[in-house]
Design a protein around this ligand. Structure first.
Ligand SMILES: C[S@@+](CC[C@H](N)C(=O)[O-])C[C@H]1O[C@@H](n2cnc3c(N)ncnc32)[C@H](O)[C@@H]1O
Length: 348
């Protein structure tokens, strides 16, 4: 197996352009110099002091969090992954027919397991595929790069360890591109974040570039709720792992036995809300900032939302950002959709 070269990037775009022409997989880091621990501490203290309190879901994905997420993807109740996979199995080569031989940039790529279907469609047609997975999780990226390079010698791989937004300048540098955002991860953004994300993403794309978006659709609420309340309690472990991380990295001292998982469907907002409920009082420390926040029995902290979408409404929203549907693929039950969008010409 080829080994990755790790670069500190001051000019991510130039480095990505060079790296995508190389045979060896490369891992680039965000050009933004940040102290990750301090960022986690600030976000946690700020989130816990909000009314109602909530934490940023990107911090769920430390090494253990990524492993637990992969386990969730294989659960019977969690229909999302296998349904999206079935759509990709049927339509990856149709997607390649429409886009032509563009560079693939994937946001929040995780294990990249489903993306393999797209990589194969590109390789079958073009004999090579430039693929740029972007993820905040260093461990998920390294392991995805290792397994893809072991399977596909002809893939040109450039991992980017950064947030979504830090990677947006890459779109112009690597255009023509298809930006990929799978797993209905866009549903983790609230309405305000969703608008800002799409505006910035669309600004980064050149007219004619593509955006492939996987979304979970509104359906029977009990069926949806079951996906987030699995019988083995893996989703609960995934949520609780954030407190394990806080205890380890921030010295939070959370009593883990006093944390319960709660996932409920909010009909008005058409979203699942995943909370940690405290069964007794909690005193949570954020040591790097010397802060202490207290909670009473019964208090809840929002850890993640998962919005569900109605296709015509979603297509109208995307159109507002100059992202026009070229094709919409769904499964036989209309549970999940994959939208292939194209950035419109200005004024079009
Ligand atoms: C819900 S998982 C989806 C993984 C994969 N795309 C799939 O469909 O199975 C979200 C992924 O996005 C990454 N992630 C979460 N927030 C992020 C952010 N703000 N910037 C970059 N990556 C992020 C996580 O590390 C995780 O790998």
């Amino acid at each position: 197996m080829r080994t990755s070269a790790f670069l500190e990037s001051t000019d991510l775009c130039l480095q990505a352009q060079e790296a995508v022409a190389q045979d060896e997989p490369v891992l680039l880091r965000s050009p933004v110099e940040i102290d990750l621990l301090l960022e986690f501490a600030r976000s946690t203290a700020h989130g816990l002091r909000q009314d109602p309190p909530g934490l940023e879901c990107r911090f769920l994905y430390d090494r253990r969090g990524c492993e637990l997420f992969e386990e969730i993807c294989g659960l019977d109740e969690y229909y999302l992954t296998r349904t999206e996979r079935s759509i990709l199995e049927r339509h990856s080569s149709d997607i390649r027919d429409i886009t032509g031989p563009v560079t693939l940039i994937e946001l929040g790529s995780g294990s990249s397991v489903k993306t393999d279907l797209l990589l194969r469609a590109w390789l079958d047609r073009d004999g090579m595929v430039p693929y740029v997975p972007v993820d905040v999780s260093d461990s998920a990226l390294r392991s995805a790069l290792r397994s893809i390079s072991a399977r596909h010698d002809e893939a040109r791989l450039v991992g980017v360890n950064s947030t979504y937004e830090e990677a947006f300048p890459l779109f112009a540098a690597l255009s023509p591109v298809m930006v990929i955002f799978l797993g209905s991860t866009i549903g983790n953004l609230d309405r305000e974040e969703f608008d800002r994300f799409l505006e910035d993403l669309s600004d980064g794309l050149a007219p004619g570039d593509f955006f492939l978006l996987g979304v979970d659709l509104v359906k029977d609420s009990e069926f949806i709720e079951r996906a987030y309340n699995d019988g083995r309690g893996v989703t609960g472990d995934f949520m609780k792992n954030l407190f394990v991380r806080m205890n380890r990295e921030l010295g939070s001292g959370v009593d883990l036995h006093g944390v319960e998982h709660e996932a409920v469907w909010n009909r008005r907002r058409e979203q699942v809300e995943l909370y940690a409920r405290f069964t007794g009082p909690q005193t949570i420390h954020v040591e790097p900032l010397d802060e202490v926040i207290t909670f009473e029995a019964g208090d809840r902290v929002l850890l993640e939302i998962s919005r569900k979408f109605v296709l015509p409404d979603l297509e109208r929203s995307l159109e507002r950002f100059g992202l026009r549907s070229k094709a919409v693929y769904t499964d036989e039950n209309d549970w999940f959709a994959l939208l292939l969008l194209q950035k419109a010409e200005p004024g079009d």
